[in-house]
Design a protein around this ligand. Structure first.
Ligand code: MTE
Ligand code: MO
Length: 182
């Protein structure tokens, strides 16, 4: 366990208090910015992409960890390859459907355990935990795991997201208790 964390039996819901509810037939997922082939995927198209499954712990900066979550979804790598990310891209901004943002360097996102997850513990991802789809970045504190992702924008210059501009660490490594940037 990373220092300062304690185990909880279930994920606790933590967000800005707004759940964006989008019917599957209106849902889309866009990949924009520094890419050769911008993508706009319908739910059916996204759901049809090759799947990966990982088992990973989830560490919230407020001190709880839920261990051994089984996430299934589409790897960031897979999406990046389909959009043909330009060599000039250095990072990406993730947009949650309710206005939340977070960003990560491309080198972190290209890790094989980073995925756009639509399934948790064998069931469709519950709405309050980011369904129909969220990012999962197991090696970072959970605010990097954006819920309700609708867009990923590839950047040629790194930018900060919602919590990162409010004093939370941009690197967010649980193992070094890298919680705050102040
Ligand atoms: N879209 C969106 N994603 C978000 C957040 C949010 O407010 N909006 N909160 C983050 C934070 S701070 C945490 S701890 C996790 C919590 O995920 P959970 O509610 O599924 O446990 O979601 C992260 N992703
Ligand atoms: Mo959090």
């Amino acid at each position: 366990m990373p220092p300062g964390q304690s185990v909880v039996p279930r994920l606790r819901r933590l967000d800005l208090g707004v759940v964006p509810r989008v019917p599957r037939e209106k849902w889309d997922f866009r990949v924009t910015g520094a890419v050769e082939s911008p993508l706009r995927l319908s739910w059916a198209e996204f759901d049809g992409l090759p799947r990966v499954r990982i088992t990973a712990d989830f560490h919230c900066v407020t001190g709880w960890s839920r261990l051994a979550n089984v996430w299934e979804g589409v790897s960031f790598r897979e999406v990046a390859a389909r959009a043909r990310v330009k060599p000039s891209a250095v990072s990406a901004m993730l947009y949650g459907g309710e206005g939340y943002t977070t960003s990560l360097p491309l080198s972190v996102l290209m890790d094989e355990d980073v995925l756009f997850a639509h399934t948790l513990d064998g069931k469709p991802l519950p709405e309050e935990h980011g369904g129909p789809m969220r990012l999962i970045v197991p090696k970072r504190y959970a605010w990097k795991s954006a819920k309700w992702v609708r867009q990923v924008d590839l950047l040629e210059k790194h930018e900060l997201g919602y919590w990162e501009v409010r004093g939370y660490s941009d690197t967010a490594d649980p193992w070094t208790e890298d919680r705050y940037s102040l």
